[in-house]
Design a protein around this ligand. Structure first.
Ligand code: G1P
Ligand code: ZN
Length: 544
């Protein structure tokens, strides 16, 4: 075999993994040594790779194939015993999380920039997940960052690419590369959690659906599960072939980017049910015929009905939502006597709660929902749980949603994103707002008095770790709420996210347009933070 090479290198600035690993422009990742440095830092930060087993795969975006070969060579040169890689170097994020857990590995490397577009001029990313299957917690990402700063060399092999298209085992130096079917284990897990028979019966009764894979990783998964195993007709899954540039689509399942699906669902030809997922398969959007389900409402409905699926028949241990997610799920949790947790933005904060058995379902307003079956959010899982609930209740999405609001009231909710703001301007705005928080309680805005204002800090109830500066919360006396934070996942400039919420108990006023229902809250947000003054923006780029 070829002896491992030690290639001298210098630290590269800015290799600081954020909430979802390291995300940069693809060309940055392709610069000589860039990917290599970060991979070496991961191995160094976890105490070396010697004798370890890892999972490897990605969402198929541009550079996924070459990056996988680089990582395999480096894993071998660093002494890893085995890497389990999805055929064609493909794995959805939830499937990777499942494999890490199923095979009891030492973690996994996932190649993806999630919902960001792919291609040579778009985005790429690399994330390390720990042996519990979840995104590396802050302690680990900080150790990785620290390792990047002290790097002087990386280890690799000089070998030709290996064939990742054939299932089975091959040797790379002293390491075994095990190429597995990326879908099989995941599909088996879904069959255990959900009543496929009931969903098949629903379909046989004439129920129709469309799943938009947005030319990203969920295509093969959705085709196998929805079409092959559940028997939905061919063509139920659209944009089902993962492409390196996602066919030019922006694989972010929200009404703006999944507009093709939205148009269908709001039009005369709408099937009963529609859903979409993102680049790496962890996000989901749920739409009924003529009815959009906001992610916060989706979480609440799932919490209220999860017991209808076999995997959750014993009930839930608790529910967790990210702070900016609406309180709709809390109302259900309260009614059901379940513990409810409010965590900072980012799936990694759910990991401890899931591991400790304190929460079973988790969700974020950013189209992320999941459970303790893996340690990532899971797009197809959410779709299947919805299908199981629709089958069990024999009702449509619109009926279920309106029953839900009648019972619990409605948390009108919207997120406004202001993208590619100059970082200095966005930072100045947030700094000024933070400085004024103590003065806000008691002041009136659009006829509402501020009850409290703070910068969200979280103490993990399991390990006691503290995360500060997680977003400004302004809560009004009637429970309406404004949250402002800067995105941690953008790759150009700053993205300001403004989260708007207002609770209406019902029974009237449950069918307003959310933007209308939230209009005074939106105006208050613009004025309170002086968004136009600091950023020059008067309207958001994306509304969800
Ligand atoms: C965004 C979402 C957040 C999610 C993350 C990774 O992060 O808002 O909920 O966990 O992507 O998918 P942000 O850009 O807001 O930091
Ligand atoms: Zn994603």
């Amino acid at each position: 075999m070829t002896a491992p090479l030690t290639v001298p290198t210098r630290p590269i600035e800015g290799q600081k993994p954020g909430t979802s690993g390291l995300r940069k422009k693809t060309r940055v990742f392709m610069e000589p040594g860039y990917l290599e440095n970060f991979v070496q830092a991961i191995f160094d930060a976890i105490g070396g790779a010697a004798g370890k087993t890892f999972v490897l795969g990605g969402d198929g975006r541009y550079f996924n194939d070459r990056a996988s070969q680089t990582i395999l060579r480096m894993a071998a040169a660093n002494g890893a015993a085995r890497v389990i890689v999805g055929q064609g170097a493909l794995l959805s994020t939830p499937a990777a999380s499942h494999l890490i857990r199923l095979r009891g590995t030492d973690g996994g490397l996932i190649l993806s920039a999630s919902h960001n577009p792919g291609g040579p001029d778009e985005d790429f990313g690399l994330k390390f997940n720990t042996p519990n299957g979840g995104p590396a917690p802050e302690g680990v990402t900080e150790a990785i960052h620290a390792a990047t700063l002290g790097l002087s060399a990386y280890r690799t092999l000089e070998t030709p690419d290996i064939d990742l298209s054939a299932l089975g085992e091959v040797r790379l130096g002293d390491m075994t590369v095990e190429v597995v079917d990326p879908v099989a284990d995941y599909a088996a897990l879904m069959e255990r959690l959900f009543d496929f028979g009931a969903i098949r019966a629903l379909r046989e009764g004439g129920f129709s659906m469309r799943f938009d894979a947005m030319c990203a990783i969920t295509g093969p998964y959705a085709t196998e599960i929805l079409e092959n195993r559940l028997g939905f007709p061919k063509g139920t899954v659209v944009h089902g072939t993962p492409l390196p540039d996602f066919g030019g689509m922006h694989p972010d399942p929200n009404p703006t980017w999944a507009h093709e699906l939205m148009d269908l669902m709001m039009g005369p030809e709408a099937p009963e049910f529609g859903a979409a997922s993102d680049g790496d398969g962890d996000r989901n959007m749920i739409v009924g015929r003529g009815t959009y389900v906001s992610p916060s409402d989706s979480l609440a409905v799932l919490v209220a009905n999860a017991h209808l699926a076999p995997g959750y028949a014993a009930g839930l241990k608790g529910v967790a939502r990210s702070m900016p997610t609406s309180a709709a799920a809390d109302r259900v949790a309260q009614a059901m006597g379940l513990a409810a947790y409010e965590t900072p933005t980012g799936w990694k904060f759910f990991g401890n709660l899931l591991d400790a058995g304190r929460a079973t379902l988790c969700g974020e307003e950013s189209f992320g929902t999941g459970s303790d079956h893996v340690r990532e959010k899971d797009g197809l899982w959410a779709v299947l749980l919805w299908l199981n609930i629709l089958a069990a209740r024999g009702q449509g999405v619109a009926e279920i949603l309106s029953d839900h609001w009648q019972r619990y009231g409605r948390n009108y909710y919207s997120r406004h994103d202001f993208e590619a703001i100059e970082t200095v301007k966005a930072d100045a705005m947030m700094t000024a707002l933070r400085a004024r928080l103590a003065d806000l309680p008691g002041t009136e805005h659009e006829g509402r008095a501020v009850a409290s204002a703070d910068d969200f800090a979280y103490t993990d109830p399991v390990d006691g770790s503290v995360s500060t500066g997680q977003g400004v919360r302004i809560v009004f006396e009637d429970g309406a709420r404004i949250v402002l934070r800067l995105s941690g996942t953008g790759t150009s400039g700053a993205t300001l996210r403004v989260y708007l919420e207002r609770y209406v108990p019902g029974p009237e006023d449950l069918r307003l347009d959310p933007q209308e229902a939230l209009a005074p809250i939106i105006r208050a947000a613009h004025a309170l933070a002086d968004i136009p003054g600091y950023t020059g923006r008067t309207a958001p780029d994306v509304i969800t």
